[in-house]
Design a protein around this ligand. Structure first.
Ligand code: GLN
Length: 482
């Protein structure tokens, strides 16, 4: 502990400022309890890992959530929790997009090389489950020639890979537990490897699976921070955990969630519809926000680079063609990962998910818009330009008065098309945890296991919105481009 005199405060603030600049935490040099007081930490977690983290009525709940919130309250800091998915949360931590991860995360030797872990707070282990009605597979020996599923980056995946040669099966990786269970129920894979408390909880909730093996010796769960970063947060977590164990809160939390609740009564389709609407509407709002911002920026980029492509300067044409080939020549998903996870790692500056998403979509759509603008301008008969010029009009006037009015008419349908594509492309941002419509849908079926119905609702919402917007754009097109 240090005394927070005025000078110390000023020095700490300066250090923090410099630290922020250099990408190192100033408190790293001085881990102390007081360092966390009043701080807000961003914590990444899995999308669905009941009873550790899952959603109930749209709210994140579970053992991990209660633990980290109670510890924060106990130690005088606050947390903002980001439900990213397990693998994505670990990546976000590595690129310092989050300060810590609590996600039923096992303390393993390999992970200890890149992360610092808290004291263990729960003992777990991997287990295998198959579809309820599967009578053929009763152990690893039955897996020969089959495909099993495990969570990307998880201990379950590592374990499955460690025995796959011996038992001759293939391991497929998916991002979250709900999708893995669906994969097994749909018969795409015959078994799932997941942590036993989570499997047991799901099975009790009638998720359609049954476990067929004993649990494997596994590691304990710990709270993780990036290696050498946020030591004060880790220290506070450990102190808070110890206090919660002493005052009985820790046991109460475990009892609350481990004492198996009765399976929720299934509400009909309309029940699901009305329950999920608030979250889906929030998601739709973000979808439209990201689309609107991206399209606006893309339009500016498209017009700018589009003019570059028809310019007389070789340099400008070169710049435009490099831009277009980069963004058209790489997948959107890779671009999204790059801007959200890659760039922060390279630059040391974290970037929020909306910015990363809009950056991705606008740069990508801008490349296509550039081509639309180029195509539009070039499709106007060169005779038109010549006619304009021979009437004595300058280049700019010919463009503005003769070429562009015709070009815009040609371009408009393609613009509308691009607009629709960008709107649909926002769904890809779910993988970086942007809480748009698809993401909200995933969160919902992760909690209720009603994947088919939820996806139908999500698809219907996209369909309605896209068709309404297309109708509107076509109307405007007719009105202004007669
Ligand atoms: N305990 C497992 C691991 O750390 C799985 C965690 C999870 O799926 N959230 O790899």
């Amino acid at each position: 502990m240090f005394r927070a005199g005025k000078l110390t405060v000023a020095v700490t603030a300066l250090l923090a400022l410099a630290g922020g600049f250099l990408g190192v935490s100033a408190a790293a040099a001085n881990p102390s309890q007081a360092a966390v007081t009043g701080e807000n930490y961003v914590i990444g977690t899995d999308t669905t890992f009941a009873p550790f983290e899952y959603r109930e009525d749209g709210e994140l709940t579970g053992i991990d959530m209660d633990l980290v919130r109670d510890i924060a309250a106990n130690q005088g800091f606050t947390v903002e929790i980001k439900s990213l998915g397990f693998d994505a949360a670990l990546q976000a931590l590595q690129s310092n997009q989050v300060d810590g991860v609590i996600a039923g995360m096992s303390i393993t030797d390999e992970r200890e090389l890149i992360f610092d872990f808290s004291d263990p707070y729960f003992d777990s282990g991997v287990q295998m489950a198959v579809a309820e009605d599967n009578t053929e597979i009763t152990g690893y020996a039955g897996l020969a020639g089959e495909t099993v599923v495990a969570k990307r980056g998880s201990e379950g995946e590592t374990f499955a890979n460690s025995i796959k040669d011996e038992y001759d099966f293939t391991v497929k990786a998916l991002a979250d537990s709900a999708t893995m269970y669906d994969d097994v129920k749909a018969g795409n894979s015959v078994a799932v490897f997941d942590d036993y408390p989570v499997l047991a909880y799901g099975i009790n909730q009638n998720n359609g699976l049954k476990s067929v093996t004993e649990k494997e010796q596994g590691s304990s769960y710990g709270f993780a921070v990036n290696k050498g970063q946020n030591p004060e947060l880790l220290a506070a977590f450990n102190t808070g955990l110890a206090e919660l164990k002493d005052n009985g809160d820790y046991q109460t939390i475990l009892d609350t969630y481990l004492e198996q609740p009765a399976p929720a009564a299934a509400s009909g389709f309309f029940g699901l519809l009305s329950d999920s609407m608030p979250a889906l509407m929030k998601g739709l709002g973000l979808t439209l926000l990201a689309t609107g911002l991206s399209i606006l920026i893309a339009l500016v980029l498209g017009v700018l680079f589009g003019f570059f492509t028809v310019s007389e300067s070789r340099i400008l044409r070169g710049i435009a063609s490099v831009y277009v080939s980069i963004f058209r020549g790489t997948p959107l998903l890779v671009q999204a990962f790059f801007f959200y996870f890659g760039l922060p790692q390279l630059s040391g500056q974290s970037i929020d998910v909306l910015t990363a998403g809009v950056l991705t979509l606008s740069l990508n759509a801008g490349a296509y818009m550039t081509e639309i603008v180029r195509g539009g301008i070039q499709s106007v008969d060169p005779g038109q330009t010549e006619a304009g010029r021979s009437l004595g009009l300058g280049y700019v006037t010919t463009m503005r008065r003769v070429v562009l009015p015709q070009a815009v008419k040609i371009m408009t349908p393609s613009f509308i098309n691009q607009f629709v594509m960008t709107l649909k492309d926002t769904s890809l941002l779910a993988v970086i945890g942007f809480a748009e419509l698809t993401y909200q849908g995933q969160q919902i079926y992760a909690a209720n296991f009603r994947t088919g119905e939820t996806l139908l609702i999500v698809a219907a919402l996209y369909f309605i919105v896209i068709n309404l917007l297309t109708m509107l754009s076509n109307k405007l097109d007719k009105r202004f481009n007669k």
